[in-house]
Design a binder for this molecule. Sequence first.
Ligand code: CU
Length: 176
Amino acid sequence: MKTRIRNSCTAVFLATLATFSVADEEHKKGDTATATKESHHAHDGAHGHSNSAAGRPGNPKKISRAIKITALDIKYDKPEIQVKAGETIKFVVTNTGKLRHEFMIGDMEEQRQHAEMMKQMPDMVHEDANTLTLEPGETKSLVWQFTRAGKLEVACHIPGHYEAGMVSNVIVSKRK
Ligand SMILES: [Cu+2]
């Protein structure tokens, strides 16, 4: 089992290694491009992921509802999260495991890029508008507004965790 995971990691890593630095650059440019597209929401405080296909940082005064999620070794207690486009969700995340875990909201491309970065710098601790890092026993919250219907993921990119299944599918349904 371990070997299989390591092999698939290596395959993904090798496949993307060549394009990593380019991808990283595009990531930065991509944020700018998205910000331009949704120009009215640009520069709302958080750096980097403040605008993305996944949505944007939510206004803590306009929370639609809260969702509790627990990080375990090595998975989330909820394999799927259902939200509606337009909703502002306060995620309250508790790490009840013995390992450090992440909680990152993003589309598949953002997840892939973050995974790649974590492979390069495994000890890097991320606290971003769309990402929490939780030490064992910690509870943190993140307010996020989902802006469009589609499929996203919540994932942990501590090396090996995503591959072990530490991912929750986020289904964003159309605004009613
Ligand atoms: Cu984890």
